[in-house]
Ligand binder design. Sequence first.
Ligand code: MG
Length: 522
Amino acid sequence: MNKIRKINIGITGIVLLIFSACVSTKPTLINKISFAKNSVVAHRGAWKKNGLPENSIASLKQAIELKCTGSEFDVRMTADNVLIVTHDPTYNNLEIEKTNYSDLAALKLFNGEKLPTLKEYLLAGSENNNSTRLFCEIKPSKVSKERGIVIATKVVQLVRDLNLQHMVTYISFDIDILKKIAVLEPNSSTQYLEGNKPPEYLKIAGIKGADYHYFNYKKHPEWIENAKKNDIILNAWTVNEASDLEWLLANNFDFITTDEPELLLKLTKERKILYKDYQLVWADEFNTAGLPDSTKWNYNVGGDGYGNNEKQFYLEKTLENSFVKDGKLHIVALKKEHQNSQYTSARLTTYGKYSLQYGKIEVMAKLPEGKGTWPAIWMLPESLRKKEETWPTCGEIDIMEHVGNDPNMVHTTLHTQLYNHMHNTQISHFERLTDVFNTSHLYSVEWEPDTIKFFIDNKLFFEAFKGQDGKDTSNEGWPFDKPYFLILNLAIGGNWGGEIDDTIFPAQMQIDYVRIYQKPTL
Ligand code: MG
């Protein structure tokens, strides 16, 4: 039962209350705000889906409504020193820094809203907001470098006057603006936008985070790791495509700035279910041009048919057979004589570079079209290479195999001593897709001690269990309890590849990325 308590504050209390209400224009605030636990920063508010003006209070309110963890906006200063929220240096063809606020404010935003001052914007952003940080971008002045610093100083003072320090993150393309803020407000969060400094530099400069165009991270993937090591917060702008958003989510970015907050919130929610406790531990996004990264990949070389009477000769480090271009690994088979073979191709392996026991392995790929092609994404154990075991006792996990003679039929298989294709007892499943040639599909497995699950485009289509249907659970029946490495190759012809159409060459498999996740508990 609730007890109704009478509080007698007395005359002095009333006087004090009236006095404080009169002198303070500070908003009543929840000082301990629990920001939404997602990485979504709405770029200029959540404007796009609902057709609102960018940088409007309506778009800010929408970002708060969506419970984005942040909403970004841009600050400029008028000729008469009024801080306003708007992106471009001009507003309705009026140069902001050379026009007084009253002249600018006479022209409304297209939803009828008044051009917001920073004060109005911050006050609106602090109302009924228990989720959303205010990402305040301070635009450098076009008049002078010094005026930019003056603007920054005034912004910091206003935020302080409104008692909103805990809600505001400062971002800027001008590193000196951020350095100034770091001095004025040492506990504030600051993020640099230009994308031309490594995280180690930001650490030394006293700037808390990198907020770079996402392409900078693709160009310098090591910055992601270095940022984490140096406690530099990671943010990326302005990311609107699902595949790029997925990449940043996979890399556990603290923040992702987007015009599509609804999409990013949806992907975040889906990912929580799909990836559960999995953490990214190894990846190649294929963002550098030239030969595949030699710190990640080795080659198998030779043309002895690999036990399947295959017709290609695998070559190493030949740019015509394996190369990275346009963000993809290309494995190319050619009609070209080499020693006793009529075809050349490549077989890349992580053997000696990276092996894993249990995890989620993802390969996004487009497959080659044409009779005679036999691309494969698969795994063998280190024990085979180390000659501690022979095939098939050692085991084999085939994540994806496809033969051009049976277009669009994707196979997935486990081979063991007791269950393998030599006896036609392999544990396998196949599924016909609609287009494996022109569309990248995500082929993946989740490998845990007692199960291996196979997915295409995150849809589970086959699951194998240890001891399934009374199968042997010893190494002969389930040898999937040791380190395996990954293999990507394009074979030609052979026992399964079959008849070869010589008009299809060059034939190529294109791989967008390989990502490997593990559960820290396993
Ligand atoms: Mg901005």
